[in-house]
Write a new protein. Sequence first.
Length: 487
Amino acid sequence: MAMQSCPRCGTPARAGAKFCGNCRAPLTPAPSGAMCPKCGQPVRAGAKFCSACRHPLTPSMPTLPSRQPAPVADATQAGTINWSYLARHGLIAGTLLLCMLLSLSGVGVYDVTHPAPTATPLVVMTPAPGTPLPPISTTPEVIVRIDSIGRFGLSTTAGKKLTFDAAGETNNTRVQVDGSNAIFGAGDGSFTTRPQMRGTGMIATWSYRGIETQQQVTLTAGATTRRTDTMRIEYALTNRDARAHQVALRVMLDTLIGGDDGVPFLIAGESAITTRAKDLRGASVPDYIQALEYPNVASPGTVVNLTMRGGDATPPDRLVLAYWPGDNAEWEYLPRVGGVGAGWGGDSSAGLYYDPKPLAPNETRTLIFYYGLGGVAASGKLGLTVPLEVMETETFTVILIVMQPQANQRVTLTLPSAIAFDASETATKNVTPTPGASFTQVSWKLRAKIPTNAATISARLDPEGDTATQTINIQPCGITRPCSRAP
């Protein structure tokens, strides 16, 4: 028998090995059926990309029996022509060809929305100090797509992908019950509600070991853009069994901006950009992480935000930023992809972990986070990222991006009376350059004190004197959710 080689690094592997001894990539014996034409590794039926080498899988390659999506009311299925959409866009021939290709590949894809193409938001417009923000734009600027088992992906209406696969084929969500786990939508459980349209969003409900998990993906306004450009992802886990269970959830997103699969992250609360694997837990999990397509605040290209705190978001117990672990990655994948500190080699991912908690019969646990476009208020060498709407008494994080940072620089944040620094913060901080990077970050934790529709935050870089400002709204608490007064 020919010696097997690692599909990722090419290192020869010993007979029967499950993982590469060099790079720790999985080595799976090939079953009878589909194999990647580039690296020879087995591929999941209906997959559009090889999970080992990311090679695109053409419709003509031999495959195992493909997943067949169940009929979905009001959804636009692969191989079905939505004539009103085609008439608006004038792309009849192109869309027919795309549908034929998708039909051949056996992949079911559903569009959550069909908005007209608009410009991708690059830099947030900053009103004059004291001037209220403009109203939220309700025109969708992103498209959510899902496959037949409910994996979801995101792209802009102009066609730029914000997840590696537009339909989420390389993401996965796992539900854990009493220590055992399975991929949401997989054969280990069963659908009670198959992926389907609901208003401008989608819904799917899947049961596993007595736990019913409802996944909802809807479009909403981005926290830093006030445009309809963000997914609100909600999981409601309900115990339908007669006894209590320990229930947990893990979501892995295969992050991407356009053609860049390994952009560095800006982590709210840290002093430099992140290009290596991190395992953040508890209070170390940030409010949000951000990525820029291009390292230039004046022209950042597409900005992506993953928001985990603020509003109705549920902070995860753990956040893992690491090399992409594969579309069917196991629950605990970080050790296999190199562990903390390993580089992600141009292929990054984000994993959100919600720890096991007891769930009594008929009790529901709801988990929410956001993923979509972000915005930067730019001026000179500075780019300011601020949630544009917060609640009275709420704490939030501001990130300041500094281009071409120097060790002798410092930045100062100036606040209006409606906002205060967190007790642990100082107004002025030193700039910490990141070796080999053209920009770095400084961040502050702030607290909203009183309601206002025009609170202006200003940042200044010295000794150069560059400044950047942004205005935010502070909504009164006690209406949509209770106040949590700071001491």
